[in-house]
Write a protein that binds this ligand. Structure first.
Ligand code: SAM
Length: 301
């Protein structure tokens, strides 16, 4: 009788950082070969966890944190923990973090290992290992709820998804009835992932993916932007100017305490507050461009 193979070991790295550093931390981990990321809201910050099939990233952490401290002087220095996880425990942990989610009245976001979509719901299949945007985060959840309220096949809106990540919002918009979605992300890796997810969900033909907003059209029916509050303020005029009169803008990625600043900036840009969703400490705001949209652009992507 031979000995069974020893269990496979994953080398985990957990970085806890201020929320505004989460994108940079995720990019760093993916650049070092992480096959996927797990994020957890830790109240005062965000934990980004990655599992590698080999050790070796630990030596690069301090120089990376030095770089962050120089470039983001207002943020605290992140902390890190490296540990080993056996394959079976890793799989169970991974799956436990991504239960399927029914959102709004129509959506059902599920990982690939859950095949059954409840009757009457629209399935969005996402591989959570791939990029920010699995619906588990309160900001994504709020945007999906807002899209569920706004998008119908009869209205067939044109949608702009600014900061698409996994592509979840653009994909959901099209599956809810949008005629098309432009999915923009500054991160080329996120764009690749969004393209894969759009294909998996059978909506590649209706989802256009780009790394810049550029000179895209100025008559979107819906703009959805799940970014950070400072970026939502910076993009206020640009978002307003890309909405047709009477269209809607959905903004998320702001902790509830930050909502007032974004509401003020979006109101100043000529849009009107309609609705607000608060999910687990994260606010999602819905505005309408009921007055003619502003034309000056104040932020670049
Ligand atoms: C919080 S994630 C949102 C992902 C997904 N839309 C969701 O709702 O779960 C924000 C995304 O915005 C992207 N991003 C950051 N700055 C950007 C910019 N200036 N233009 C476009 N995308 C940007 C990041 O790369 C990241 O993928």
């Amino acid at each position: 009788m031979t000995n069974p193979d020893p269990p496979r070991i994953w080398h985990a790295v957990e970085i806890v950082a201020d929320a505004e550093l989460a994108d940079a931390v995720g990019a760093f981990l993916l650049e070092h070969g992480a096959p996927g990321l797990q994020t957890e809201d830790r109240g005062a910050g965000v934990a980004v966890i990655a599992h590698f099939d080999r050790p070796g990233i630990a030596d690069d952490l301090d120089p990376f944190f030095d770089h962050l401290t120089t470039n983001f002087p207002d943020s605290g220095r992140p902390s890190a923990r490296c540990f080993e996880v056996e394959e079976a425990a890793w799989e169970e942990n991974w799956k436990a973090h991504f239960p399927p989610l029914a959102i709004g009245t129509r959506l059902f976001v599920h990982p690939p290992w859950i095949a059954d979509v409840p009757a009457g719901r629209i399935g969005i299949e996402l591989d959570p290992g791939m990029a920010f945007g699995t619906g588990q985060h309160g900001s994504t959840h709020g945007c999906l709820a807002a899209l569920d309220d706004l998008v119908t096949p009869a209205a067939a809106p044109r949608v702009l998804d600014l900061g698409t990540g996994s592509g979840i919002l653009a994909i959901a918009a099209v599956k809810l009835g949008a005629r098309s979605a432009l999915a923009v992300d500054i991160d080329p890796l996120a764009c690749e992932i969004a393209a894969v997810n759009a294909a998996t969900n059978g909506v590649a033909a209706q989802v256009e993916i780009a790394t810049t907003l550029g000179e895209s059209r100025r008559d979107f029916d819906i703009v959805v932007a799940n970014l950070f509050s400072g970026m939502l303020i910076g993009f206020a005029n640009d978002i307003a100017s890309r909405l047709r009169d009477g269209g809607h803008a959905i903004g998320a990625g702001l902790e509830t305490a930050e909502a007032d600043g974004v509401i003020e900036a979006w109101t100043a840009a000529g849009m009107e507050m309609q609705r607000r969703y608060d999910v687990e400490g994260w606010s999602t705001i819905v505005f309408s461009a009921s007055r003619p949209a502003a034309n000056n652009s104040s932020a670049e992507t």
